[in-house]
Each structure stands twice: as C-alpha cells, then as structure tokens.
Ligand binder design. Structure first.
Ligand SMILES: Cc1cc2nc3c(=O)[nH]c(=O)nc-3n(C[C@H](O)[C@H](O)[C@H](O)COP(=O)(O)OP(=O)(O)OC[C@H]3O[C@@H](n4cnc5c(N)ncnc54)[C@H](O)[C@@H]3O)c2cc1C
Length: 309
C-alpha cells in the first residue's frame, strides 16, 4: 500500500469481465450498499480459495467462455479436495496440562505417509501430536465430539479428562476425483443475487481405508504411551482445507493454469490459492499457498511485456 496499492474491502466480485481480444478486462463488484462497480485491470489475480475461485470463474460466463472463465478444459470446479481428518484423544493418568500456552503441533510423524499397497490404499497420512484445549471445550466434547455428561457423573469424567489428554490427529491425503466438485447452485443466490456455489463431495473408499488404518495405528501409539482410555472422533469431514478446483498442469486440455499460476486460456489472468493444487498432500496447505503466491508474483513480473502499454 505504501507503493500505491489500493485495498477495497467489503467488495463482492460478481464476475471477471472480458475485452474483445480475449483478455480479462477487470472485475464487476458490489460494494456494501449493493452498488455495482467495475474495476479495470491490466492483470487479474483470483485468490478466493478452493470454493470461491471456481464459483467466480463459473459465474464469469461470456461469449468467449460460455462454460465459465478459463474453463475450456471443463476442469474448473472439478477435483475438489479437502483433507480427510480423524481425531483420537488418549486419556492419561498423569496431568498433561495441554491447555497451557499457545496452540501448535509439537510433534508429527510421517511413518505412514508413503504408499504401501499392503495397507490396502494408496498414499498415506501424517500424525499430528497435539494438545487439548480449555475446560469448556473439554466439557462440550473436544475434538472427538464426546461431551462430558451432565449430572451425577460430570465431576468424575471431567476430572479424568480435563488436562489429562494428548490428541493424535490423522491428516490424510485426499485424491483428486472429478466427481468431487464445486458447481453453481441452480436455485440459491447470495444477497447480491450472485449464484451460490454447490459443493458435491464424498470420501473415497481409499480415504476411508486410510482413516481406518490411521485410527488403529493412533490407538496403538496412545495405548503404548500409557493412555488408560482412547476416544475416537470416528469419520468426520471437516472442510478446513479447500483445494484442487482450478488445477495446475502443462496440458491445457486437462488443467486450468500453468506452472506459473497463469491461466492457459486468458493471457492476463492468474489464480493463486489452494484451487491450483493437483494433489492435496497430507500436510496443512497454507505455507504452500503462500509460496505459490510469491511465485505467482514472480510470474506476473516475468510476463509483464505481455500486457504493458
Ligand atoms: C478452522 C480452520 C482451521 C485451519 N487451520 C489451518 C492450519 O492449521 N494450517 C494451515 O495451513 N491451514 C489451515 N486452515 C486453512 C487456511 O485457513 C487456508 O488455507 C488459508 O486461509 C487460505 O488462504 P487464501 O488467502 O488462499 O484463502 P482465504 O483465506 O479463504 O481467503 C479468500 C478470500 O476471498 C474472499 N472471496 C471469496 N469469493 C469472493 C468474491 N466473489 N468476491 C470477493 N471476495 C471473495 C473470501 O471472503 C476470503 O476472504 C484452516 C482453515 C480453517 C477453516
């Protein structure tokens, strides 16, 4: 901003507009009052994350892109990935005092990260060794959604669990599958009348087998460490990490952007968020998103002669 950037907040982009020569022209957006504006741009960078980005591209239909912007491959919105998660909490007799201090991941293991077909699934998962939270979080069921009972047994169970827990999170690698996707809702719109996204997602058999294996191994590790009881969240699908819906690739027939996050179809359009991931890996995504955003900036600079003047 010191160098002249203008940050506009509370601006909801309806669509990316196009020039007659096939370049992106800018963005049509609503301000907080609902008034429509057009922001012209020589370069457009979309970074609305794994659901917002395909939604915006699919909402940006024009005579050049009747299926949605940068979507000649038909891959915009396809291969939506989240991370398969499962939480196991070991209750120990000794106090762990996990609720003290800052939240973080003090240790992790990638023992089961790589493919071993003997396990019955491909790819693998990371174990994250984590703390527990404060008393209310504990009473409400913590990460395993198993609330401390109200009534006569409350104090006994609360004393047993609170400050006595170590959690193992299983963070699995989701596979890109075209059936998992983000598309436009046919009947739902937001308060500006823009078509809402519709997310179609189900865990694959591979992910379910992976989570099952992870749960068995995490239980074994916690019990070996001395846990007197292990609580298991079971199968949950928390969509924390949104990836894959504008995938990167060298072939414009089956991908949306190239290795520099540059849209194959539109000379001055870049996409810089988790939607460009081709696989999800079994790690938290944001450092990679940040690294790719920096590389996108380099790529914009390298291509500057394509749109200057
Ligand atoms: C509960 C939770 C826990 C998480 N924990 C971790 C973690 O421990 N480690 C980790 O690496 N990651 C974590 N993540 C993921 C992390 O938050 C995301 O990877 C990161 O925020 C992605 O950054 P981004 O800028 O690409 O997208 P976002 O932060 O999602 O930003 C996208 C922005 O685009 C805006 N937008 C969308 N559509 C439009 C539109 N049409 N017009 C205008 N604006 C629009 C959205 O409002 C949003 O502000 C977590 C996420 C959640 C939800």
């Amino acid at each position: 901003m010191k160098k002249g950037a203008v940050l506009k907040t509370r601006a909801r982009v309806r669509e990316i507009t196009m020039e007659a020569d096939g370049r992106a022209r800018g963005a049509l957006y609503y301000d907080l009052k609902g008034d429509l504006h057009e922001q012209l741009a020589r370069v457009v960078v979309v970074c609305a994350n794994g659901i917002g980005t395909p939604r915006l591209l699919l909402n940006s239909k024009s005579k050049y892109f009747p299926q949605g912007l940068a979507n000649s491959s038909g891959m915009v919105g396809k291969c939506f990935m989240i991370h398969p998660f499962r939480f196991l909490e070991g209750i120990f007799e000794e106090r762990m005092d996990g609720y003290h201090g800052p939240f973080g991941i003090p240790a992790f293991s990638q023992q089961f990260y790589e493919t071993d077909l003997k396990r019955g699934f491909v790819r693998g998962y990371t174990f994250l060794l984590e703390r527990s939270f404060g008393p209310l979080h504990q009473a409400w069921g913590s990460f395993v959604n198993q609330p401390v009972p109200w009534g006569a047994d409350h104090h006994r169970v609360m004393r047993k669990r609170f400050a006595h827990i170590v959690r193992v999170t299983i963070l699995g690698e989701d596979l890109p599958e075209e059936t998992n996707r983000v598309e436009l809702s046919s009947d739902r719109k937001d308060s500006n009348g823009i078509a809402a996204p519709r997310v179609v997602y189900a865990y694959s058999e591979n992910s379910l087998k992976m989570l099952d294996h992870g749960s068995k191994m995490a239980r074994k590790a916690l019990e070996a460490a001395g846990a007197v009881e292990v609580l298991d969240s079971g199968i949950i699908a928390p969509a924390f990490h949104l990836m894959g819906t504008a995938r990167m690739g060298s072939d414009a027939r089956n991908s949306v952007i190239d290795a520099g996050n540059h849209a194959h179809d539109v000379k001055n359009l870049f996409i810089a968020d988790g939607s460009c991931f081709t696989t999800s890996a079994a790690v938290n995504p944001t450092s990679t998103i940040g690294a790719l955003a920096l590389r996108t900036a380099d790529s914009i600079w390298e291509h500057r002669r394509d749109w200057s003047g």
